[in-house]
Design a protein around this ligand. Structure first.
Ligand code: ATP
Ligand code: MG
Ligand code: MG
Length: 359
């Protein structure tokens, strides 16, 4: 059920995996037994033809996750910049890894929304799937890392939350749930757009019941779902509340604890809030936004649509009349200047990636 993850200590996976037998699909079982098998036409249709090593050039590692690495690359012909997530299904539990890869592609391929990372194709090569998407300059977590001392400003947090809510409202209206909303999965494009990414934990169905996500950002009802039943898109609203605290204070609540303790405290304790002694001055609208996203009872918590259409923190009070993309362009240029000034001798290679397309 749990797998080690380089950033957060723990990554939770679906505890029960459906086998072909459950649906009376015994005849399919001999076909899907082997990871990487493309005999099933539905599976084969998910992949593009061609050798990705010939289609893409100039690969440079830009991120790591629980599956492997993410690369910046260019299409050899069109010179378009892309991101490539290489997911290997070799070795132990290769069938489970293969099923997870198929799930992520099935989730992404038909999604088209300005605030969801754009899918560009998927290739197979040597027991590895290459998932190609549009390229972004980095995640909100990467940017936060550069501004560790000061944190992000309130209009910046509001702009990021607005973009995420547009994406969530779209997903929820399709009956889907993201289940892993956190700064590390919110990307920013060069043009200042917010792009929700990483659909490795997402659910194509609502309500859902599986224990999936990253512990510190998990909603109480999701943690309790194994005993107490189902949950819906409101788990993403909770995670957005936690992400707002992360963007304001640098880390989510309980981050100093181990993941198991956090999983105990989240449903047990009162809801977390912005630190009143944190030394930062936040507007009442922002405090209320966090408080309402973090209502423990999902029935009382607003939906992504309600927040989008009627919460003052989102409708832009704190941003005056400046558009979210203008605010985020300004954040990006502030981040790039800070990164350029970093000492090359310090260990800040990870931050330098933000400058990758500058040349
Ligand atoms: P997790 O461990 O959170 O589940 P993951 O292993 O599923 O993550 P992703 O979140 O998809 O992997 O990607 C890991 C990191 O790679 C991201 O946090 C981000 O920094 C970088 N990254 C992913 N996709 C892109 C992209 N399209 N453009 C730029 N950077 C990206
Ligand atoms: Mg991720
Ligand atoms: Mg993931």
């Amino acid at each position: 059920i749990m797998q080690s993850d380089n950033k957060n200590g723990l990554k939770l996976l679906e505890p029960v995996r459906k086998s072909g037998f459950e649906n009376g699909n015994e005849h399919l079982l001999h076909q899907v037994q082997r990871a990487g098998n493309l005999d099933d036409p539905e599976v084969a249709a998910l992949f593009d033809a061609g050798d990705p090593d010939r289609i893409f050039e100039d690969l440079r590692a830009i991120g790591h996750g629980s599956f492997g690495a993410v690369y910046f690359a260019r299409n050899r012909e069109s010179k378009e910049s892309v991101a490539i997530k290489k997911m290997s299904f070799m070795g132990k539990q290769s069938m489970e890894k293969w099923q997870d890869i198929l799930k992520e592609i099935r989730f992404l391929w038909d999604l088209h929304h300005p605030n969801i990372i754009e899918y560009k194709g998927c290739y197979l090569k040597e027991q590895t799937a290459w998932l190609v998407t549009e390229y972004c300059i980095g995640s909100a977590s990467d940017i936060l890392h550069v501004h560790k001392q000061s944190g992000l400003r309130e209009p910046e947090i509001s702009s990021i939350c607005s973009g995420v809510l547009l994406a969530l409202d779209h997903l929820h209206s399709l009956g889907r749930i993201h289940r892993d909303v956190k700064a590390g999965n919110i990307l920013l494009s060069e043009s200042g757009s917010v792009k929700l990414a990483d659909f490795g934990s997402a659910s194509l169905h609502c309500p859902a019941q599986s224990f999936v996500g990253t512990p510190y950002w998990m909603a109480p009802e999701l943690i309790l779902a194994m005993e107490e039943g189902h949950y819906d898109g409101k788990v993403d609203v909770w995670s957005l509340g936690i992400t707002s605290i992360e963007l304001a204070e640098g880390k989510p609540p309980y981050f100093s604890m181990n993941a198991m303790s956090a999983l105990y405290h989240i449903p047990q304790n009162e809801s977390p809030s912005l630190d009143p002694r944190g030394g930062r001055v936040w507007s009442p609208q922002f405090r209320h936004f966090v408080q309402t996203c973090l209502l423990k009872k999902p029935e009382e918590r607003p939906t992504s649509k309600q927040l989008l259409t009627s919460h003052p923190f989102i409708s832009g009070g704190s941003r005056a009349s400046i558009s979210p993309s203008q605010i985020l362009l300004e954040l990006i240029s502030r981040t790039k200047s800070a990164v350029r000034e970093l000492d090359d001798n310090l260990n800040c290679k990870k931050m330098k990636r933000i400058l990758l397309t500058d040349d």
